[in-house]
Design a protein around this ligand. Structure first.
Ligand code: GLC
Ligand code: CA
Length: 572
């Protein structure tokens, strides 16, 4: 999460060797399932509450599997549900092999995996390898003395002679990244909250323990992992001070501290050694995948996350396109082309929303055409050659519901830096299922975060009934990308590149092409695609984000309403 502005081949071979008989039925038998997958991120506290305590849980997810099946998702990534003091709402894990009672039991989890599998939906766990909770028995032992068996499991260092922290490294959540512990008369490093001490990945015992935890979950049928903060695994051994940013990048961060260039705490080359080894572990089980939380500065660094021999992550997140945060055709075109042409042919994983960033409409909407802009973004997410991440509620157009006062804030970072930083509660509010009490999320008198004020109209039940809703547009797009051979497997070709109002591209396969044209402006536009890498005269409409697109269009004169998205088959 470091470089975010706000907080902001051979697998086929090895799988072929792993006896196909091991691959199970029910649609789980395709080791390449992830290549054009739609993966749905669930923040379990906020998705569905089955027992009325105001906090979402695993049984809540199980009850909603039919909805996810209907949407067309291939997998769900659930953010951490392991036992945790919940300082960072689950990203501070104190037991990696169990379920936090507020989310349910291991039996509930096993049932979720089994029920999901019946619906051809895979479960992806969030795996936090960079740090544990300070209440994890590993850390408690490590912190107890300088010579206990786990003394070297975390990043410990002496303070400066004057008692100050070892160096100038900063926590992503503000302040020094070092915390003093009296029992050792030493400091430990924490990239995130002080309750999240960083593990020492140079210690093979740490690595082996974590790899065994991954095996534990894969044996339970988990189909892969989303690796949290994966570029943060290593820090410089000499603990050198990080340099301050200079030039146009210089300045203060959102906590009022001078910005550092994170060359000694982020994206160190050793990360790749671990990813290669972890990929081997994952390859022990068929069809398993690794997704990475990879906020990287450029496409070159992102390309490296796949591994030199495609032996690291299958799906590192592309955070360049979805977090462009600038609604402009040249910017989107550049980022799309980067992902499609500069990742060595690998599949990009596009993402517009997650639990750490404001909802996409809050970043790209103009307040007037938000409904159309949401459809346009959905089209960019689901029609390139990519795997796609959807964050719960994105498909119904949920927006941020930021806390109104400091005492409402749950996310510690928002409480500490209010009102400059309101924390991440706004993008984590309960899923809006219907127009009833608690939006159908819960039956509690008070939910852990308040339900968004727009739930009477923005909800699943209302949108399921409305054929023109955003939800039904998502469903159509997802179905299309499964059924249409060009959209499923076709090459991506950018066309009409001198047009700064409309973004157009083709998906080509077997001599046929599908064209996608997206109007990024508030005025109607016409595009002429003939002779611009498109051979054909007519476009046969497949899907449009607006009413009455017509059955066919002349390729030399496609009309698009404001923010309209148009998908058509090119006819000779
Ligand atoms: C990742 C998570 C974020 C969490 C942080 C520390 O960035 O997405 O929610 O706070 O890691 O685990
Ligand atoms: Ca509950």
């Amino acid at each position: 999460m470091r470089s975010l502005p706000k907080l902001l081949s051979c697998i086929c071979l090895s799988l072929a060797l792993a006896a196909p008989a091991l691959l199970d039925a029910q649609g789980f038998d395709n080791p390449n399932w992830w290549r054009h997958a739609v993966i749905y991120e669930i923040y379990p506290r906020s998705f569905a509450d089955s027992n009325g305590d105001g906090i979402g849980d695993l049984n809540g997810i199980t009850r909603r599997l039919d909805y996810l099946k209907g949407l067309g998702v291939d997998a769900i990534w659930i953010t951490p549900f392991y036992p945790s003091p919940q300082v960072d709402f689950g990203y501070d894990i104190s037991d990696y092999r169990a379920i936090d009672p507020q989310f349910g039991t291991m039996a509930d989890f096993d049932r979720l995996v089994a029920e999901a599998k019946k619906r051809d939906i895979r479960i992806i766990n969030d795996m936090v390898l960079n740090h544990t909770s300070d209440k994890d028995p590993w850390f408690i032992e490590s912190a107890s003395s300088r010579n206990n068996p786990k003394a070297d499991w975390y990043i410990w260092a002496d303070g400066k002679p004057n008692g100050q922290p070892p160096n100038n490294w900063q926590s992503d959540f503000g302040g020094s990244a070092w915390q003093y512990v009296k029992a050792r008369n030493q400091y430990y490093y924490h990239e995130f909250y002080k309750e999240q001490p960083d593990l020492n990945w140079r210690n093979p015992a740490v690595k082996n323990a974590m790899f065994d935890i991954c095996r534990f979950w894969m044996k339970k049928g988990v189909m892969g992992f989303r690796l949290d903060a994966i570029t943060s695994l290593f820090e410089d051994v000499a603990l050198k001070d990080e340099p301050y940013l200079t030039g146009p990048e210089a300045g203060l961060n959102e906590y009022g501290e001078k910005k550092l260039r994170h060359i000694y705490t982020d994206n160190l080359p050793e990360v790749h050694d671990i990813l290669r080894q972890l990929r081997q572990v994952v390859n022990e089980y068929p069809g398993r995948i690794l997704i990475g939380e990879t906020y990287l500065p450029n496409v070159g660094e992102l390309a490296k996350m796949y591994g030199r021999n495609n032996d690291e992550l299958q799906l590192p997140m592309d955070t360049q396109l979805g977090f462009t945060n600038h609604f402009s055709v040249p910017d989107f075109r550049a980022k799309l082309k980067d992902a499609e042409t500069r990742l060595n042919g690998n599949v990009p994983l596009f993402v517009f929303e997650n639990h750490d960033n404001p909802r996409s409409i809050n970043r790209y909407g103009d307040g007037t055409h938000d409904a159309a802009i949401a459809r346009l973004l959905a089209t960019i997410l689901l029609t390139p050659r990519d795997a796609a991440l959807i964050y719960y509620g994105e498909e119904i157009g949920m927006v941020n519901h930021d806390p109104k006062s400091r005492d409402e804030v749950q996310d510690p970072v928002g409480r500490k830096y209010w009102p400059k930083n309101k924390g991440r509660d706004g993008e984590r509010t309960p899923m809006q299922w219907n127009a009833g009490p608690d939006a159908g999320f819960s039956t509690a008198a008070k939910t852990w975060l308040p339900v968004g004020g727009d739930y009477k109209t923005v909800n699943v039940a209302a949108e399921e009934k409305d054929p023109d809703s955003l939800l039904n547009y998502y469903k159509k797009l997802i179905q299309l990308r499964r059924e249409n051979a060009q959209l499923r497997d076709g090459d991506f070709v950018s066309v009409d590149e001198s047009n700064n109002n409309v973004l157009s591209y083709l998906r080509k396969k077997d001599g046929r092409a599908v064209v996608v044209s997206l109007n990024f402006t508030a005025s109607p536009q016409t595009v002429n695609l003939t002779g611009k890498g498109v051979s054909g005269r007519h476009a046969k409409t497949i899907l449009a984000s607006y009413a009455n697109p017509g059955n066919t269009n002349d390729l030399s004169n496609i009309s698009l309403p404001p923010y309209g998205a148009y998908i058509a088959e090119v006819q000779p």
